[in-house]
Write a new protein. Sequence first.
Length: 195
Amino acid sequence: MFCGLPDTVGLRKRYGVPERAVVVSYTGALIPNKGIAFLLEAIPLVVARYPETHFVIAGSPIDQIADYLGKDMFQKHVTVISPLPYFELPGVLALSDIGVDPKEATTRQASGKMLQYMGAGLPIVCFDTENNRRYLDGSGSYASEVSPEALSEAIGILIADEPARQKQGRINRERAAVFSWERSAEELEKIYESA
């Protein structure tokens, strides 16, 4: 999915994202159980400390976050891509520096976006849940608690540390192979053979 894409500068121009910004992206449903409110409340906190940051929010339904997007700060520091066609997802992730998944453990859902972020080689900021630990192990940037403030702090640590971003991204890219369709097929074949 991530091969043969235009370069980062070209992708940022395509979507109207500032070329020199540190780009933090969220992709997926813009509904409460995905934790989007935590991110929306964290954005002003991050931008206040790191004005070089730009956020990309890609997904739908956009009406769920319209109250936030009307604010001046959001208009300056957030690019919204809605709807997000699935085949545009690799380009959106390729222009990003950090992926964020603000979902809480109480939703009882796995995270497809987490695997996409990993496949794109992004460092990931998230809450410290069992599912996130299973995917990321020690290579995640975990918020210290479930709150916008803690989420903003974890995002800020990565914004300020480009080498850490690159290292985590490489680890995540390699670790994504553990969850590939090919690996799942191998496991299923072993089960069938033993049965």
